[in-house]
Design a protein around this ligand. Structure first.
Ligand code: ZN
Length: 242
């Protein structure tokens, strides 16, 4: 693992401030829970939250970010369209994007997918099993055949996304529903990973296998050797004419 990978973890950071239950699970915010194991693993991690100026995503921060991790839920509408546009353009330019749980409804993900990104859901703290269906993929390296979470929010099909470029895991829930819970997409020069677990009232982001998947996804999404195409008018040079 290259210790120089620069990661920005963006978190809405509202539930943790407003809800005692959530605060008891993530006292320093979901962003810090996500950041801790990544810092330990040698990633260069910064965090950014909704209520900071420019939501913490200045041009300078975005320019330095190789992979952006996004968690949001109750305040998607408060994310400024200008910041959304900049994030989308950075993804097109090669920045990796890891979209977690309820960020399926973030403006950034919806813009990049071009669909409603809607789904079925039920908050009943039921058991979830995430089955690996693409065992050779680097994002599932080291986690075995299946991850079991004792308590998660059910997300069920149909999930209104474009057909993923790669489908890595399918989840089943105690209630019987299934869900495409780990999907990759490519947009422009950028790589995108959507990962379903992570409801704010459950300690999902402390689970070692969940942390492993997120870490693997960051390594996968990093613009390691992305070609940055140039677009626009191209003059015909004499040397090109045979
Ligand atoms: Zn949730």
């Amino acid at each position: 693992m290259d210790s120089k990978t620069t990661v920005t973890i963006w978190n809405e950071f509202r539930h943790e401030k407003q809800d005692e239950n959530v605060r008891s699970v993530y006292p320093d915010g979901i962003h810090e829970a996500l950041a801790a194991p990544l810092r330990e693993a040698g990633f260069q991690v910064r965090t950014a939250t909704l209520d900071e100026p420019t939501h913490g995503l200045t041009d300078e921060v975005l320019a330095k970010t190789e992979v952006l991790v996004w968690w949001g839920h109750m305040a998607h509408g408060e994310v400024s369209d200008e910041v959304v546009q900049k994030v989308v353009e950075h993804v097109w330019g090669g920045m990796g994007l890891v979209v977690l749980h309820s960020a399926h409804f973030s403006k950034v993900f919806k813009r990049l997918m071009g669909t409603s990104c809607d789904l079925k859901w039920r908050e009943a703290g039921e058991k979830e099993r995430l089955y690996v269906i693409n065992p050779s993929h680097p994002i599932v390296r080291g986690i075995g055949e299946m991850i079991e979470l004792d308590h998660e929010e059910m997300y069920g099909e149909h999930f209104d996304i474009p057909t993923p470029d790669e489908l890595l895991m399918i989840s089943s829930f105690a209630g019987g529903e299934v869900f495409r819970s780990a999907c990759t997409f490519r947009r422009g020069a950028g790589k995108i990973f959507y990962f379903q677990p992570g409801h704010e009232t459950y300690p999902t982001y402390y689970h070692k296998d969940i942390q492993r998947v997120i870490q693997n996804a960051i390594e996968w999404a990093r613009p390691l050797d992305a070609v940055r195409p140039t677009y626009g008018h191209r003059p015909l040079f004499a040397k090109d004419v045979q």
